[in-house]
Design a protein around this ligand. Structure first.
Ligand code: PLP
Length: 386
């Protein structure tokens, strides 16, 4: 059976060029980067070259990039340190963030360390910018705004530059979770004016277990993990040298081939939208997902016009892997926070959300397989309701 992978927002296939680069390091560079002898220095040099490369591509200083194990660790470190070390006592965020942001903020809230304000979400899935503008004017408490760049479930893009300007004008720190956008867009962190950001290698055809956090030089956050003082004291623990090299290589490939990848993936996304609209009457899209410029181009969040808690399983039987931002208010499957923020229980009971996410390798034939299976499922529901 043909296997179709349409879950690239969850993770991507590692690129062979990245594997080759990593294998070379695994085989030949085994010194501990903290050792002062030549074996250690060789490993250390690779880390610093990777850091310099990544920093250059984001137009920041290498001293502002700290390697971590993943996006989750990066976001946790930033958010917790803002409260623990930078006197932040108020966080403005949303219920639409990734779980690692939601849970670290909730933890600080229940411990009484920070007041948390969750912004209203508009029907189109965007944050309420007007509400944010009003809230940041209150400077009685040191505030962190934490809003993701691209939503990993519906794809809405946040106007990061607008928010960072607002935060700068109001003496407020700004963290943006860029896990879904680094390597998908040419980002200039300096120009964006953000204080903190995060990245995960496995979202850009790099290895699992490697990521970085960006912290503007002026923001003196402190480490989550204490020990031997690696990463200039920010993240102790012997470095994942081949992971870091793999991350840097994956980032290089992503940016060097970006224009071609964007063109291909946008075409695939538009094709998916057109085919769905032709094949499934009543199909719609969540948030701004169908807008190629206002949402992450590599992700499409589909709103099927029937309720089917088994759809993930049915697609799996046809060899198709997608992600189901599950929406079952009555059965065993849990409604995702994003869907329950966007829709009422009644609306959720009449729909099925489905997230398909593409890569530069996705083909129209794979989309055809998805559409054919979804069409059959939709027809089954039409018959049941007839
Ligand atoms: N933030 C966003 C927006 C994500 O999509 C993800 C992963 O799905 C993460 C953070 C967590 O990244 P990692 O899997 O590297 O911990």
């Amino acid at each position: 059976m043909q296997r179709v992978y349409l879950d690239n927002a969850a993770t991507t296939a590692i690129r062979p060029e990245v594997v080759d680069e990593m294998a070379n390091v695994m085989k030949n560079i085994y010194g501990n980067p903290s050792s002062t002898h030549v074996f250690g220095r060789e490993a250390k040099a690779l880390i610093e070259l990777s850091r310099k490369n990544i920093a250059q591509r984001l137009n920041v200083s290498p001293a502002e990039i700290y390697f971590t194990s993943c996006g989750t660790e990066s976001n946790n470190t930033i958010i917790r340190s803002c409260v623990n070390d930078l006197d932040v006592t108020r966080i403005i965020t949303t219920d639409m963030e990734h779980k690692c942001v939601i849970e670290s903020i909730k933890d600080l809230e229940v411990r009484g360390k920070a007041e948390v304000i969750r912004l209203n979400i508009l029907k189109n899935g965007d944050v309420d910018y007007a509400q944010l503008e009003e809230l940041v004017k209150d400077q009685s408490k040191k505030t962190l705004v934490s809003l993701m760049h691209a939503n990993n479930e519906i794809g809405n893009l946040t106007d990061v530059k607008r928010i960072s300007q607002l935060c700068q004008e109001n003496n407020t720190l700004f963290h943006t979770d860029t896990v879904q956008t680094v390597g998908h867009y040419e980002l200039d962190f300096k120009d964006l004016g953000i204080d903190f950001a995060s990245c995960s290698a496995h979202k850009i055809h790099g290895p699992k277990g490697a990521g970085f956090l960006y912290a503007k030089k002026a923001s003196h956050i402190k480490p989550l993990i204490a020990g031997g003082g690696q990463e200039r004291g920010m993240r102790s623990g012997t470095e994942n040298v081949y992971g870091i090299v793999g991350l840097s290589k994956a980032f290089d490939l992503a940016i060097d081939e970006l224009d071609a990848h964007i063109a291909h993936i946008k075409e695939i996304k538009q094709y998916t939208i057109d085919q769905l609209q032709e094949s499934i009457p009543g199909v719609a899209f969540n948030g701004l997902s169908a807008n190629l410029d206002k949402s992450l181009y590599a992700l499409l969040s589909i709103k099927l016009p029937f309720h089917d808690t088994l759809i993930g399983f049915e697609l799996e039987l046809a060899g198709i892997a997608v992600s189901q931002g599950s929406a079952c208010s009555s059965g065993a499957a849990k409604v995702s926070l994003v869907m329950s923020t966007l829709y009422s229980d009644e609306e959720i009971d009449q729909m099925t959300p489905l997230r398909v996410s593409f890569s530069y390798e996705t083909t129209k034939e794979e989309i055809d397989a998805l559409i054919a299976t979804l069409k059959k499922i939709a027809e089954k529901h039409q018959l049941q309701n007839a």
